[in-house]
Design a binder for this molecule. Sequence first.
Ligand code: SF4
Length: 198
Amino acid sequence: MSAASLDCQDRVARLLDQLTRLARGLQFADGLNPAQWDCLRFISRANAHSRTPGAIATFLGTTKGTASQTIIALEGKGFVRREKDPCDRRICRLVITDAGKTKLENDPLRCVRHAAERLPHGTAEMLADGLEQLVCDLRIRHGCHEFGVCNKCGHFIGSGDKAKATCGLLQESIPQTETNRICVSFKKREPAVELGSD
Ligand code: SF4
């Protein structure tokens, strides 16, 4: 490996560290802390099956107790509320309120997106692809939980007719509004095995 490429990899590690600290610092904003912003974003993007305190703890990478404190703080501020699952009253699902949706319109991480918009198009695309590979590699090496959406999930049973999408794991149909929402039970789809001619 050349000295130049080592230098480049060191720069990637240093810059990502810098960016992470910068992004964290930006999120002590508007009366919330970084974990509360993260939790609010998750609840707004996750499917119903994943909007539970346990799934939120997995997403935040914390204990259930810590996640519960974060949820209680957001409830106290009126940004989320709990709803009993109509099929199983023992399960509580978190729902974002209108005030929570309004709050997210001023998400402090939007400025990162705006900075990315100022990058030349090709650079932004290469950066996104590279970061995706890095996240995937680190997640696999360190056994981190993966969240994803239905149409890339190994449990997804669907056809061209989106109205007939079904989850093989949960054994229930998936409403069209839920197929693009992130899920705690996501399992990466195995690449199709190509059959040889002999
Ligand atoms: S198909 Fe996968 S991502 Fe979709 S609800 Fe089922 S487990 Fe979750």
